[in-house]
Design a protein around this ligand. Structure first.
Ligand SMILES: Nc1ncnc2c1ncn2[C@@H]1O[C@H](COP(=O)(O)OP(=O)(O)OP(=O)(O)O)[C@@H](O)[C@H]1O
Length: 285
């Protein structure tokens, strides 16, 4: 359990600690997330086509793929927001659809298209979220103060969420997702629309969180970011997993994750030069 993250006590909603890896990292932990034969179809569109994933505990995990690959659909099913057509998902050994309460007490989620209670202030939002999570009021106050401070939102804590910028919304959403000290944190595009200063802040918080034994799973298109942050990567394209493993395994002999990614999704050397021959100052209007 990553309790030292915010100097918090153990979460009363958490019945037992999973325990971090040993200093030498030798002790094998059960996977944080296990996905088996997961499918989702929207009409004629197969968004997720039978994926299997085993996401190791205590790692910073990147789920990458081109637009429309099925990342959001996968994360929505894994976090219990969208019912799969077929397949199973386990978080910490608990089935997401058979045992949703056990799973939801162990996870934090920053979904795509984050919906927040807009007419609350940032501070009120955290207070409300903490009480919904069953935390005592004094503990919620303490953790909220620390999170607002660390995420550089203390000066805006009494502003209504509706008046927050995109980056501030991501940060207050992240604070709400972390408040109950989850074992696994799922983030859909956490750095999109976030300025470099805020991105560095978010990054520091997440690095500290994983260093204490917790697991972060995040989706992104930004390969440099994934390469610099993640220990473990899953590459998705057209609803399937093309590769999964440590960063070194997925990168293979390619010079960068970006190049490995382009190979894996079949986009290397794609030519646009001839098709757009009308585009540019020298071309006929
Ligand atoms: N509610 C829905 N109804 C119909 N089709 C959907 C729905 N949600 C997703 N899809 C389709 O499923 C496929 C996967 O979409 P998804 O949003 O999971 O991809 P993604 O990898 O998250 O993409 P992006 O990186 O662009 O956010 C796409 O073809 C998309 O159009």
């Amino acid at each position: 359990m990553p309790d030292q993250t915010f100097d918090g006590g153990t979460d009363p909603a958490e019945p037992e600690a999973t325990g971090p890896t040993t200093a030498d990292g030798e002790r094998a932990l059960p996977p944080a997330v296990r996905v088996s034969d997961l499918w989702k179809r929207f009409g004629d569109q197969i968004a997720v086509a039978g994926i299997d994933l085993e996401l190791p505990a205590g790692k910073f995990i990147g789920l990458v793929g081109p637009n429309g690959a099925g990342k959001t659909t996968t994360l929505s099913m894994v976090t219990g927001l969208l019912r799969p057509d077929r397949g199973t998902v386990e978080v910490g050994g608990h089935d997401v659809w058979r045992d949703p309460v056990a799973v939801k007490s162990r996870i934090g989620v920053l979904p795509e298209g984050l919906r927040l209670f807009e007419r609350l202030t940032g501070r009120e939002l955290l207070g409300y979220t903490g009480r919904l999570r069953g935390l005592p009021g004094a503990e919620v106050d303490k953790r909220a103060t620390q999170l607002l401070d660390v995420l550089d939102l203390a000066g805006s804590q009494h502003k209504l969420v509706v008046d927050y910028s995109t980056g501030m919304r991501k940060k207050i959403g992240l604070a709400a997702a972390l408040l109950h000290n989850p074992e696994v944190l799922f983030l859909d595009e956490p750095f999109e629309g976030v300025d470099p200063v805020s991105a560095a802040t978010i990054r520091r918080v997440l690095e500290r969180y994983t260093a204490s034994g917790a697991t972060v799973v995040f989706s992104s298109h930004v390969m440099e970011l994934v390469e610099s942050l993640c220990d473990w990567v899953a590459v998705m394209a057209a609803g399937r997993i093309r590769a999964q493993g440590t960063l070194a395994e997925v990168r293979g002999s390619a010079s960068s994750l970006q190049n490995a990614f382009l190979e894996l999704v079949g986009a290397h050397g794609r030519d646009t030069g001839d098709t757009l021959d009308w585009l540019g100052g020298g071309a006929a209007r």
